[in-house]
Design a protein. Structure first.
Length: 620
């Protein structure tokens, strides 16, 4: 016991030392500029000219969450619940946004759609990502099928990876270690290790970036049990990005990524009770692609092409292997008329294949058109249409109308009123149509209609508040009933309210808060909290030292009629960082679930209790 207490004491002492390390006098205060958003239109527009609700996770915010996962960070944003992100590192993740589920949330990496066609929902696995290799994240909520196609019904999460710097050569090395323990087993053994190294640079017209990352996590069982069995998790990834600028007009980037994760998991006994087992899950991903841009006066021609391959294996009493791949081509032309009309015309082709009893596939060939009007008197309009041409379901038209009106109060402040009416089209996954678990080749595609209205008020660069109401109607919802997939006969209506506040009341103090209310009109929403709120307070203790305190509240969640509701819970997290040697090195540390809250994230599975981590990042 003394040894365990000594380990805990050393970790906490290490975190404390960060705040008293040698202080350099280089200022870390960043000049506040007008926020620019991209994902809602594919153009760089000021936030005041966007009629969508866009959440932007900046490079700075990512750096202040080192040691965490992508899903943990996204889970702090309004109206988003990633179930499983608080559990064992290998736990399956379910993404819920505005009442939508995995298959209604589209993920982009550097603007290119990513999905695993063999997954039950065709979703992308966030566990394949490493936060240390990500530059920024933009999330637009509401239907966005016009620009991004099938699946973009409740949100689009656009992840931008890191690119090469301007120096000839530079390197970033980062490492962290910490505990990985449940609320009932606070032993404070070191059980979580994260490491990454990246090299990048620019040599005349050539740019390069190569990165390696790995994670090993032990200490938690997947299932709640008394055996103290541990389900280890490991992952490593390699990323390479090479670019060449032929001249001022033409540029080309090629990239490749490989990720390999392994995780222990627990299965079921003969009576389908969750028990400790020695089961193992493996998932490998290979992605390669290119992006090119040719600029001309007032516009550009863009091409994104990518190939992805996934290989998943479940080693258990019921073994299974899933292999899939997809090809994505997105070619589009952007043109700006008189700095007022921003237009985009494109063609998006996606070919998806998965192996079940035999190889199954389908293809989307979608032409699309979108334009944005930005007036000099406050009116902004984002509108467009897309013709989905699906090899199984024929043609289907989706559209979007998103007006907003902005009243400027000064150079920095404004009041913006916005609304939108959007439709989307979601095809059943290959697994739901032809897979190994209750497939139904007669499924109809889901159709969604989303209405949204809201107000955003910005006083200056130090205060902004946004409030909105949404209503999403879902038709032909794909459900699992009596061992197979079927379409729901009734329409489903999800509705809710979201509020976000960002403020800097003092030069060194920042506050961000959000609240979301979400419900189904007809029934209880499975695993979706009706009320969820987040609060984060950050403070620059000095020019080189930053500290933050965050709080999250999650309301009761319904599972099913056979399981009692999951009780509400509250989490408190602490973070501290310090820069030294002219910002060349940064030390950081954190304590998650400070109060050691006892709760369940996923029924029957272990949830993380109080955990501590420390680390550093060295820039050369």
């Amino acid at each position: 016991m003394n040894k365990k207490l000594n380990v805990f004491g050393a970790l906490c002492f290490g975190v404390s030392l960060i705040g008293f390390a040698q202080q350099e006098q280089d200022s870390t205060n960043l000049e506040q500029l007008d926020e620019v958003v991209i994902t809602d239109s594919r153009f760089k527009l000021k936030r005041e000219n966007s009629g969508k609700t866009v959440i932007k996770i900046s490079k700075q915010e990512i750096e202040r969450n080192q040691g965490r996962t992508v899903s943990e960070l996204i889970n702090t944003k309004s109206g988003i619940e990633i179930n499983g992100s608080r559990s064992n590192a290998g736990q399956n993740l379910d993404v819920y946004i505005r009442g939508g589920r995995n298959r209604q949330v589209l993920v982009l990496i550097d603007g290119v759609q990513v999905s695993d066609p063999s997954q039950l929902s065709g979703a992308y696995d966030f566990r394949l990502l490493n936060l240390s290799q990500i530059e920024s994240i933009e999330i637009i909520k509401g239907a966005a099928s016009t620009l991004y196609g099938s699946g973009a019904a409740s949100a689009v999460i656009n992840i931008t990876t890191k690119k090469a710097g301007t120096k000839k050569i530079s390197a970033v090395v980062a490492s962290s270690l910490g505990t990985n323990q449940s609320e009932s087993d606070q032993n404070y053994d070191i059980a979580d290790f994260n490491n990454s190294v990246a090299f990048n640079g620019t040599l005349n017209k050539f740019t390069y970036r190569a990165a390696f990352s790995n994670q090993y996590t032990d200490g938690l069982s997947a299932a709640i049990s008394d055996t103290n069995e541990k389900d280890a998790y490991s992952k490593y990834g390699v990323d390479v990005n090479l670019g060449y600028r032929f001249n001022k007009a033409l540029s080309l980037n090629v990239y490749g990524n490989f990720s390999d994760l392994k995780s222990g998991f627990d299965g079921f006994d003969a009576d389908f009770n969750l028990v400790d087992t020695d089961d193992e899950f493996k998932n490998k991903q290979f992605r390669a692609g290119l992006s090119s841009k040719y600029k001309y006066r007032n516009g550009s021609v863009n091409l994104n092409a990518a190939f992805s391959e996934y290989d998943r294996e479940f080693i258990s009493a019921f073994p299974s292997i899933f292999k899939s791949k997809n090809y994505v081509i997105d070619a589009y032309n952007k043109y700006v008329f008189d700095k007022m009309f921003y237009t985009i015309v494109g063609l998006n082709v996606i070919d998806s294949k998965a192996d079940f009893v035999e190889e199954e596939s389908f293809t989307n060939i979608d032409p699309y058109l979108n334009f944005v009007f930005v007036s000099d008197f406050g009116l902004n309009v984002n509108a467009g249409g897309r013709l989905n041409n699906h090899s199984e379901y024929g043609s289907h038209f989706t559209y979007n109308l998103n007006p907003s009106f902005t009243i400027k109060s000064n150079d920095e402040g404004y009041t913006k009123v916005f609304g939108s009416y959007s439709t989307s089209f979601i095809t059943p996954s290959l697994s739901q149509l032809f897979g190994s678990f209750g497939p139904n080749p007669d499924l109809e595609p889901e159709e969604n209609r989303t209405i949204e209205t809201g107000v955003e008020f910005k006083l200056n660069n130090d205060f902004r508040i946004t409030g909105l109401f949404f209503n999403r109607e879902e038709k032909n919802t794909v459900l699992w009933i009596d061992g197979g997939y079927v379409n729901a006969t009734d329409k489903l209506n999800a509705r809710g309210v979201e509020v976000e506040v960002n403020a800097t009341p003092l030069e060194k103090l920042s506050i961000s808060a959000n609240y979301a209310f979400t419900e189904y009109k007809e029934s209880l929403a499975r695993r979706i909290p009706k009320h969820k709120g987040n609060l984060q307070i950050g403070y620059n203790l000095c020019k080189t030292t930053f500290a933050s305190l965050s709080y999250q509240y999650v309301h009761d969640r319904f599972e099913n009629s056979f399981v009692p509701p999951l009780e509400s819970f509250s989490l408190v997290n602490l973070y501290l960082s310090h820069k030294a040697l002219k910002d060349k090195i940064k030390f950081f540390g954190g304590i998650d679930n400070v109060l050691n809250e006892d709760y369940q994230d996923v029924p029957g599975y272990v949830t993380k209790g109080r955990n501590v981590r420390i680390g550093f990042q060295l820039t050369l």
